[in-house]
Design a protein around this ligand. Sequence first.
Ligand SMILES: C[S@@+](CC[C@H](N)C(=O)[O-])C[C@H]1O[C@@H](n2cnc3c(N)ncnc32)[C@H](O)[C@@H]1O
Length: 389
Amino acid sequence: MYDLPDYLAMVEDRQRTSAYLAAIRATLRPGDHVLELGTGFGYFAVHAALAGAAHVWAVEPNDAIALGPALAARHGVADRITFLQRRGDQVELPRRADVLLEDLRGVSPLMGRRAAALADAHARLLAPDARVIALRDHLMVAPCMAPEGARERPIDTPADMLAAPPSELDLSAVRARATAAWRRVRASALHPLADAGCWATWELRQALPTDLRGSTECVVRNAGEMAGIGAWFDADLAGGARISSGPTSPATVYDAAWFPLAQPVAVQPGDRVTIRMRATHDGGEYVWSWEVECRPQSGAASAVQRGTDLGTRLLSPERRARRAATAVPARDTAVDLHAAMLARVDGRRSLAEIAAALRRDAPTRFAEERDALAFVSREIARIAEGAEG
Ligand SMILES: C[S@@+](CC[C@H](N)C(=O)[O-])C[C@H]1O[C@@H](n2cnc3c(N)ncnc32)[C@H](O)[C@@H]1O
């Protein structure tokens, strides 16, 4: 969940914002109707209106959207932007849009429900020949040396904070899990040993497989210890405008990802490294698997190492089982409480009335009237706003 400083950092990211504004100028035609998915506080929506859009529907579940109308009014385009505080799949439009403007990426272009959000927008909200910003994301990887400290501790934790362990507890099992997970790093912390390769390209107007696999082969340029894979994206927005979140470009708000290997491998110039990546969507987030095969130029035996974040995402076996397609949810007190609450949502009762009725049903669950009201307003808002989990 982003806060306002995050949104400010996004628009102040010079590489990202300049490329998006260039793409908007290259793509928009006067009179276009534009849909922006994930508008934040409306920065790109206002630019789309200034570039001549007849109307912009600016969609965003986050409260940052509350600042959009004032920004639009300040720039004289308030009458051409409709701000809708909800997720894209909860929106109905009076006509299909001619242009989609979207950046639902995070560290990776493969984030949560982005693919579902784009598929839904194309199916219901966009004209069949709609122009899109962005066009495609290239998923890039390179064998890299360890970012500083990456093997012992989460990156970016100041070393002096960890200097003296305050107890003798054996943390090796916790540490093994924590250091095996992929994680976010500054792109500048990645030290590639070879030119990067592209393991998959997502044409953003096309559906993405829920099980995405790909590979690329790199030839090592610099001798060093390969400790993992650095990953980032190169995006073609539109009209030739591009973004790269990789280590040879100016820093971006996206940062980059680090996929560690269990054992570093010494590599020499000319060695060939095949990187195989797999991202499987489990309905919530992506489960990542990675494999590195190193074939030394010397003719020595090749070495293969694999990693996965399946065991490191702290999803307990019980939680995982509960989310499986074959799981059969049981009625329990939590389900009954939600069912009783939803049964009272009829377009007439207020939250306070629903809460009072619920407290009569379950007097031991809510000690005070205000506890019941807090529960009802939170749960109903969560459903209405489409918040996850
Ligand atoms: C990377 S931010 C971009 C914000 C803004 N476009 C900007 O450039 O300043 C992505 C935004 O998409 C929103 N978002 C995520 N899923 C969404 C969905 N399904 N529909 C609409 N917005 C969504 C998030 O809340 C977040 O604010």
